[in-house]
Design a protein around this ligand. Structure first.
Ligand code: NAP
Length: 321
């Protein structure tokens, strides 16, 4: 839909004035959320890395959302972290390794009672962010949606999915979930978001590193069943030891189901390595290994996998943290 055709007051617009959605990290997920929230006529502001990025955006002044054949442009406002404007609701869509530093830059702008929604994969970055902003409410999210950038300020919605949100301190579901509904963002409030994040982390740890080391699509792991089973057995034992027994149920069965269902896909970690990008290893396999070490729980296969993957990354000049 061209800019000129953007309806001013779409029929599904919320009746009351909404809090601005500040979005920190205008990458794939940040743009995917920003454009859908804007489409529902909700106020959205991007927080870009620095003035250079802001000037680059100002030359275009819109985000493009591509869904199949359709592409829509949304003129969304943007600012830098240094802007002097209070933030009540912040969606953090940086990579796990950037989240803590990025939030630190805007921590002074958070209003009393501010809420942060943390969309990072894996575990570890959310806790680091929460420790930075002890007076804010941090909501953790886990998403199976897929998106990628096919150019600056352009996002392709590549895979429909679902987003689970939850409060690790078990607070109530926030009112603004209705805004996700209006925006067509498929979601669910999860009473045990940590379990969900652990489960995803375990599946990621059993699949993604092996796809890098064997240089294959997910389906290529069908030839490495035994290796997947051994990793799943260790991960299940670790999850139980960490008080996450629910996340351990039938882990190997689920891993094989994912491998089969996504046989043609390259894992996100494989894509990162083949494109020379930093991976989120420290927040996935690395987090599992650290959790085991802190509890003096032996996970020799996971440790071995972590070492092999770290060496593989080092040889390619990529960070192994
Ligand atoms: P991405 O495309 O790399 O986007 C991250 C964005 O954060 C980049 O635009 C980057 O800015 C920005 N950023 C980094 N540091 C910043 C700072 N200090 N201030 C402002 N902006 C900053 O990453 P992504 O794919 O959206 O992934 C984000 C998270 O979502 C990851 O944890 C990922 O695992 C998870 N996730 C992604 C998908 C997916 O399909 N993409 C699906 C599920 C979960 P620059 O552009 O300036 O570098």
């Amino acid at each position: 839909m061209p800019d000129s055709a953007i309806p001013q007051n779409p029929p599904n617009a919320p009746a009351r004035a909404s809090t601005t959605w500040h979005i920190l990290g205008a990458g794939s997920m940040g743009m995917l959320w920003a454009t859908r929230l804007a489409r529902a006529d909700l106020p959205v502001t991007l927080i870009l890395r620095n003035d250079d990025r802001l000037q680059a955006y100002k030359a275009v002044q819109k985000l493009t959302l591509i869904e199949g054949e359709d592409s829509q442009h949304w003129p969304i406002s943007a600012q830098t972290p240094e802007t002097d404007e209070p933030i009540q609701r912040l969606l953090v869509t940086c990579k796990a390794y950037d989240a803590e530093q990025a939030v630190k830059q805007i921590a002074g702008r958070l209003s009393p009672g501010a809420e942060l929604i943390l969309l990072q994969n894996g575990l570890g970055s959310q806790q680091a962010v929460a420790a930075q902003v002890p007076h804010a409410r941090c909501i953790f999210a886990s998403s199976t949606e897929g998106a990628y950038r096919d150019g600056d300020w352009r996002v392709v919605f590549a895979g429909r999915g679902h987003t689970w949100l939850g409060d690790p301190r078990h607070g109530p579901a926030p009112q603004w979930l209705e805004e996700l509904q209006l925006s067509g963002i498929a979601h669910e409030w999860s009473p045990n978001i940590l379990s969900r994040l652990w489960r995803k982390l375990a599946l990621n740890s059993a699949i993604n590193p092996l796809t890098v080391l064997h240089d294959c699509r997910n389906g290529g792991l069908q030839a490495h069943d035994a290796e997947v089973n051994t990793l799943c057995a260790e991960l299940s034992a670790l999850l139980e030891h960490c008080g996450q027994a629910e996340a351990a149920i039938d882990l190997a069965t689920e891993a094989h189901r994912v491998i089969q269902a996504t046989a043609n896909n390259y894992s996100s970690m494989h894509q990162d390595v083949s494109q020379g990008r930093r991976t989120e290893i420290s927040y996935l396999l690395g987090y599992a290994c650290t959790a085991a070490r802190n509890r003096q729980f032996a996970v020799p296969c996971l440790q071995g996998l972590h070492q092999r993957l770290s060496e593989h990354l080092r040889q390619r000049g990529l960070p192994c943290n």
